[in-house]
Design a protein around this ligand. Structure first.
Ligand SMILES: Cc1cc2nc3c(=O)[nH]c(=O)nc-3n(C[C@H](O)[C@H](O)[C@H](O)COP(=O)(O)OP(=O)(O)OC[C@H]3O[C@@H](n4cnc5c(N)ncnc54)[C@H](O)[C@@H]3O)c2cc1C
Length: 395
């Protein structure tokens, strides 16, 4: 089998790159070890795929080199992808903060990408046994025979959710061809707590509040969810990409309230009322009760609290300093932070600087978006950059 372009991985980035390269007339083969393409697209955004974010800027991405994303993002914008979605007749809506979701099933996006790459071969259930390079290009030994390709795009994702087909293949290939790897860790992942903090969280599992969570100077305000193992919800997922083991996060469970002021005012009006009742005006009742109990103030009256005690109560709710023991790991992480070192890639083509004809796109690269459609935008934009540059090279 001979082809102009072999793409390893039929996920968001691989499928998109195949379409872009096909549009330039390239012969394209895409291989994937999974039985179906675009499995992460299928489960993304709660089954509705948050396919882009209108507020995409380079500040929405983590990378050792924050400037790396600029060229690819400028070359393919959220409005470009929206135009494709519109052409395909896929209904969509904007949730909060520029996040665009399908009205119907996420699989519509995969179907659109498959139609867009018409003429390309898609080999599913196909594993890669080895990739080598010689003067004529690349030879890929696969479970379905050898594919000779002038160029190879590695688009086989990162480590998140092995059950969905994630492997470390992209990193192995990068290392084989001499590229460096920025240490990886799970991102957009629930955080887990030690026993003493779990005593508060466990009984509250399932309760959600609007919270502000910070780590150093980075802060996110969004929903926070108590779980049996610690904390989750968008605010926690966002901060998890910045957090590293051993570090502390600060949680404000009532970000709109002047809690100390409100407690003092209420006390001034005759504070025979129980503390948890007053807190219940700012927090879900069960959370207010649990915090009062955690502070040893279950049933205690507001009238009996001096200013220092009130400050302590407010701080417990608005400056809850907690040191997670870990995260739920790659088993549930939506993304992998770190990856192929961008110093070894050309920012406008995604080609390995020292290995002509070898490209890395999508999540395997050391580029990680915030929650909210940025990761798919990166997949489209990096795939577009590679797909266009390949086409030029193949003429
Ligand atoms: C639950 C969940 C929800 C998400 N929701 C969103 C969302 O709404 N919006 C958003 O922007 N991002 C979301 N993401 C992140 C997004 O899915 C990824 O950033 C994106 O899929 C990365 O695209 P990719 O093509 O680089 O990798 P992937 O989509 O992971 O594709 C990699 C492909 O390579 C294949 N592969 C892996 N190893 C091998 C191997 N050894 N041999 C052959 N093939 C291999 C895989 O089977 C897969 O098909 C979500 C992620 C998860 C897990």
């Amino acid at each position: 089998m001979e082809t102009d372009l072999l793409i390893i991985g039929a996920g968001a980035a691989g499928l998109f790159c195949a379409g872009t390269a096909r549009a330039q007339g390239a012969r394209v083969v895409v291989i994937d070890h999974a039985a179906r393409p675009g499995e992460k697209i299928r489960i993304s955004g709660g089954g509705r795929c948050n396919f882009t974010n209108l507020a995409t800027t380079r500040e929405r991405f983590l990378s050792e080199n924050p400037r790396f994303v600029a060229s690819a993002l400028a070359g393919y914008r959220p409005s470009d992808f929206v135009a494709l979605v519109d052409q395909a007749g896929i209904g969509w809506h904007e949730k909060t903060l520029g996040q665009l979701f399908c009205d119907g099933k996420a699989t519509q996006i995969t179907e659109m990408l498959i139609r867009r790459m018409a003429g390309a071969e898609l080999w599913l259930d196909t594993t890669l046994a080895g990739l080598s390079r010689d003067a004529d290009g690349y030879a890929a030994r696969t479970s379905r025979g050898v594919i000779r390709a002038k160029r190879v795009v590695v688009a086989c994702g990162a480590k998140s959710i092995p059950k969905m087909g994630a492997t470390g293949l992209a990193y192995d290939l990068a290392l084989q061809f001499g590229l460096r790897i920025v240490e990886t860790r799970p991102g957009l992942v629930p955080l887990t707590f030690a026993e003493q903090d779990l005593a508060l969280c466990k009984p509250l599992a399932g309760i959600a509040v609007e919270a502000e969570v910070s780590h150093g100077k980075t802060r996110f305000r969004d929903a926070l969810l108590f779980t049996h193992r610690g904390l989750s919800g968008p605010a926690i997922l966002q901060i998890s990409s910045f957090w590293r083991p051993g570090e502390e996060i600060i949680v404000n469970l009532a970000p709109d309230a002047d809690l100390a002021g409100a407690l003092r005012d209420r006390r001034g009006q005759g504070g025979r009322v129980a503390i948890q009742t007053v807190l219940g005006a700012h927090l879900p009742a069960r959370l207010a009760e649990a915090i009062a109990a955690d502070l040893g103030l279950e049933g205690a009256r507001l009238a009996d609290q001096n200013n220092a005690a009130i400050d302590r109560i407010a701080a417990r709710i608005q400056r809850w300093q907690v040191r997670p023991v870990g995260s739920e790991g790659y088993r549930t992480a939506e993304v992998t932070v770190g990856g192929i070192d961008t110093r070894d890639l050309d920012a406008s083509t995604m080609q390995a600087r020292d290995v002509p004809g070898l490209y890395f796109i999508g999540e395997c690269v050391d580029v990680t978006g915030w929650l909210g459609g940025y990761n798919f935008q990166w997949a489209w934009a990096s795939a577009h950059a590679a797909g266009l540059s390949l086409a030029g090279a193949l003429r």
